[in-house]
Ligand binder design. Structure first.
Ligand SMILES: Nc1ncnc2c1ncn2[C@@H]1O[C@H](COP(=O)(O)OP(=O)(O)OP(=O)(O)O)[C@@H](O)[C@H]1O
Ligand SMILES: [Mg+2]
Length: 414
């Protein structure tokens, strides 16, 4: 039987055409809202399935209940547009679509792992809204893609919601992984959008800059509650600020080595006006203790009081022996993280433009959520906290007599 397909170039957004037949195992479509990512992947995968008979595509979202009204519907829409609907078996009850060449599309939620395990013979996978699933889920899915079919591929779509999300860490943090194609798009690339939608995205520039960054520009930003909102980047001359009086110079050091950087921070604290000026930082992986001492000396801070992570007494001792006489361990103790956060939150942080790593941490250090209820808990996510831990150590000197008022969630605005 011959079927007349109705496929025109005008059905596609031009920007995606080079990716119709890419052969990398992983293809990542990320960017702004309404940029045409999902529709293009649907179009591309329908065409791929038509090319290979007896092939099975698994379409994944985190929650199965959200499949029917979203991505399943897109497949039905574009199968219809291609003039294929009368030749396919479209089974809404089981969320399965059979194409005329015996290839099929099945839709599953990751919330149903037992069902997932029972599916075999998967040849391609599409992960819609990939930031909703976990790295563990992704790893499991990748392991399932092991049939003998040629050109097996996993395609992911998402908006860049947070640098703490696995999608950032896995696909971007350490450069593009092997065998991966990454495509970034925004509303600008989608000719099918109504002007009203574009206007509403652009309006967010004023009403909600974080949403604007993620959904209009398609850049990573965090939607989670940030630990610190009391900061701005502003140019200042630290010597001038120091000369005005009223400030104390305090320095903090957090140790890292292979996976985490060593983070050194330099501040001037004005306790009267509650201003905390951060004027210098050092942020580097793989540093040995004598190298840390050398960096501090070269910066001219070897005579200053430096408060360091108390978990590394031996490192502190070595650095002291290298000439940094006034280095001392921070007092850690129970609730010291929350205590320090609450103390720093009384201040306005003024970050010198040269402190780019601190800015990155401030933009991403956020509160964690309960895995089951998704409610915020009074514990920060353990990343983007190296310079910020060093900052807590630095001001510990001042916060010593200062007691945490309350460690209840509400005292952190959660
Ligand atoms: N090729 C196309 N043909 C017709 N309409 C399209 C096409 N591509 C996109 N659209 C229209 O643009 C809308 C947005 O596209 P799509 O859902 O693919 O964007 P997205 O990048 O996946 O957005 P989000 O980030 O919100 O998931 C679609 O709902 C559809 O109305
Ligand atoms: Mg989409």
């Amino acid at each position: 039987m011959n079927i007349k397909l109705n496929i025109k170039k005008s059905y596609f957004n031009e920007v995606y055409l080079p990716y119709l037949n890419n052969t990398e195992r992983f293809t990542v479509f990320y960017g702004g809202a309404g940029s045409g990512k999902s529709v293009f992947v649907v179009q591309k995968l329908i065409l791929k399935l038509l090319k290979y008979p007896n092939r099975t595509l698994l379409v994944i979202r985190k929650v199965s209940a959200s499949l029917r009204d979203s991505i399943y519907q897109e497949f039905v829409t574009h199968i219809t547009k291609f003039g294929l609907a009368d030749h396919c078996k479209i089974m809404g009850s089981s969320l399965t679509i059979y194409l005329p060449n015996q290839s099929k599309i099945i839709f599953k939620g990751i919330d149903d792992p037992e069902k997932l395990k029972s599916i075999s013979g998967i040849d391609d996978i599409m992960i819609e809204e990939a930031t909703e699933i976990t790295l563990d889920d992704f790893t499991q899915l990748n392991l399932r893609l092991r049939s003998k079919a040629e050109n097996q591929q996993i395609t992911l779509c998402f908006n860049p919601v947070s640098k703490t999300n696995w999608c950032y860490k896995h696909w971007f943090a350490n450069g593009t992984p092997e065998d991966t194609c990454i495509v970034h798009t925004t509303w600008y690339d989608n000719k099918f959008l109504p002007q009203s939608y574009i206007d509403s995205l652009e309006q967010m520039k004023v009403t909600n800059p974080v949403y604007y960054k993620i959904y209009a520009l398609g850049e990573f930003a965090t939607l989670s509650k940030l630990v610190y909102n009391n900061w701005k980047v502003e140019d200042f001359n630290w010597k001038e600020v120091h000369r005005r009086g009223n400030t104390r110079a305090l320095f903090g050091l957090d140790f890292g080595y292979i996976n985490d950087p060593t983070a050194f921070i330099c501040t001037l604290v004005d306790t009267t006006n509650k201003k905390l000026y951060v004027f210098d930082e050092h942020y580097e992986k793989g540093l040995l203790n004598d190298e840390i001492a050398k960096i501090i000396t070269n910066k001219g801070y070897s005579k200053e009081i430096i408060t360091a992570d108390s978990a590394e007494q031996k490192s502190i001792e070595e650095i002291r022996k290298s000439g940094i006489r006034r280095i001392k361990p921070a007092r850690k103790g129970k609730d010291s993280v929350l205590n320090g956060i609450q103390y720093i939150n009384q201040y306005e942080l003024i970050v010198h433009p040269s402190c780019t790593n601190l800015k990155e941490e401030l933009e991403n250090y956020c509160w964690d959520r309960d895995k089951n209820t998704n409610e915020y808990i009074n514990k920060p996510v353990d990343s983007y906290n190296h310079l910020l831990d060093a900052l807590r150590y630095a001001v510990e000197e001042l916060s010593r007599g200062w007691k945490l008022k309350s460690i209840s969630k509400s005292s952190f605005g959660l």
